[in-house]
Design a protein around this ligand. Structure first.
Ligand code: GDP
Length: 297
């Protein structure tokens, strides 16, 4: 997970070793390295600039505790800045509403929406076996996607609300929600169609779906392998929908870090989960401090 970034960062702190305090002069090289490491990780330039400035400000105004060397102090500052960039603390799923608590998944095709519906259903069920969960697919463009969700539902042991390619997405989700209400489901999870790139029709459609079902959670699913492209995608979804959180998938791969380090800043919404594998149990709550520790090695 983010191994290249870890490699880069491990070199940086050596630059300050042997100094007696943090000064503009002696952190210059380290800041340059931080900047390069983030650019190499494909983090968008404005975010890199803000980050480096924030580290510099913190470092220069820093009273170093007696027991810390300047490189340790600098490490602590970068660590805290990374945590702040990724959202400070874990934010969990909010299901506190009149049932069914409806969760809408949004994102590009291939981001991992359908897989995440299965994983999240399993996570919710693992926490409380009594929870009645219904899943539905509004992806009327790809019959394979509907079938994939059906198989996942069987695998996890939750109920599947059938849909097909002749139906209208908004009607499907309305029917599913009415069915869920009538049959006392606790949670309704709605999978939606994604396109390979942002297109206006897709945005209009998902907005209509959102209005029809008023979900308590609207999760934007994004592939961690995306770098700078993450900015445009996240911005477009954030402007279209009142997102409540982000799921960062494929963190088990060799993602460079661009999406992971940018998406919170771009959307202002918490990353709630990370996908760490293709298997059904490959989803974990997101803890910014743990990822920062990983990055810093
Ligand atoms: P959708 O088009 O957004 O519904 O995307 P899918 O759920 O169909 O996922 C696309 C591909 O990404 C599938 O091959 C998934 O197995 C894979 N995938 C999803 N999440 C993860 C993850 O966290 N790690 C890895 N390695 N693969 C994932």
């Amino acid at each position: 997970m983010l191994d290249n970034l870890t490699k880069r960062f491990s070199k940086i702190f050596k630059d300050i070793r042997g100094q007696s305090k943090l000064t503009e002069d002696n952190i210059k090289e380290a800041l340059r390295e931080v900047r390069l490491a983030l650019l190499e990780a494909d983090v968008a330039l404005p975010i890199v600039k803000d980050f480096v400035n924030s580290v510099k400000e913190r470092a220069l105004g820093h009273e170093i505790a007696d027991n810390l060397t300047p490189d340790q102090a600098f490490f602590g500052i970068v660590n805290q800045a990374l945590i702040d960039l990724m959202g400070k603390e874990n934010t969990s799923l909010n299901l506190s509403t009149t049932p069914p608590a409806t969760i809408l998944m949004a994102g590009l095709q291939g981001a991992g929406k359908t897989t995440t519906v299965g994983k999240l259903a399993k996570l919710i069920k693992d926490q409380d076996k009594k929870k009645k969960i219904l899943v539905v697919s509004a992806d009327v463009y790809r019959p394979a996607a509907i079938e994939q969700l059906k198989l996942l539902a069987e695998q996890v042991g939750v109920d599947f609300f059938p849909s097909n390619t002749t139906q209208q997405p908004v009607q499907i989700v309305r029917d599913a929600q009415n069915y869920a209400k009538k049959h006392f489901y606790d949670v309704l999870m709605v999978d939606t169609a994604g396109r390979l790139a942002i297109d206006i029709e897709m945005m209009i459609e998902i907005r209509a779906i959102h209005s029809a079902i008023n979900p308590i959670e609207t999760l934007f699913v994004i592939d961690a392998m995306l770098g700078q492209d993450a900015v445009n995608t996240a911005q477009a979804f954030n402007e279209t929908l009142p997102l409540t959180g982000v799921v960062l998938t494929k963190m088990d791969g060799d993602a460079r870090g661009g999406a992971a380090l940018s998406v919170r800043q771009i959307t202002g919404k918490p990353i709630k989960f990370i996908g760490v594998g293709e298997k059904i149990n490959g989803l974990e709550p997101f803890y910014p401090d743990r990822i920062a520790s990983r990055i810093l090695g």
